[in-house]
Design a protein around this ligand. Sequence first.
Ligand SMILES: Nc1nc2c(ncn2[C@@H]2O[C@H](COP(=O)(O)OP(=O)(O)OP(=O)(O)O)[C@@H](O)[C@H]2O)c(=O)[nH]1
Ligand SMILES: [Mg+2]
Length: 166
Amino acid sequence: MKKIILMGRSECGKTTLTQALKGREITYHKTQYINNFDVIIDTPGEYLQTHTLGHALALYTYEAQVVGLLLSATEPYSLYPPNITCMCNRDVIGIVTKVNDPKATPERSAKWLRLAGCKQIFYVDSKTGQGIAEILEYLRDPGDIMPWELAPPASQHKMLVHCTDA
Ligand SMILES: Nc1nc2c(ncn2[C@@H]2O[C@H](COP(=O)(O)OP(=O)(O)OP(=O)(O)O)[C@@H](O)[C@H]2O)c(=O)[nH]1
Ligand SMILES: [Mg+2]
């Protein structure tokens, strides 16, 4: 898998997306510092919202192969300046979160991410899992085996055998 660093304003859904990408149960966890997991780097929103800490984010892009700029579909504004993606020499993708919120305007958020310089946009709802497979597929390296390609667990085998017997 390619290593991705997730950036975006506080509450836009970086930690929730991290949990969804890892197939974990979703629980609320406020990010206080940069969490460098195996293939996902989760950052606190305050780093993007604070001018001096923004430089730290630019430096952290060197730790990853892909940068994910997140913007919630419920955001009434964007903090990303036009063409901010030229600040790093990694592929930058845009990720619109919370696409199923009743107040969501996913296309407006996608436009802001394109303005920031993102060439490819993903639309996700980390709570339902919508759009997660597409991001995992994007991050996939040749030879990687995805969870949905694994053989069913032994318990399911048993169920199948049981059904056949019946
Ligand atoms: N419905 C829905 N809710 C989401 C989604 N992503 C995040 N949330 C909710 O939004 C809130 C904030 O999510 P977090 O993942 O903690 O946000 P964050 O970007 O990590 O925030 P900081 O750690 O403060 O930078 C939580 O209550 C999540 O459950 C999504 O895709 N869909
Ligand atoms: Mg967080």
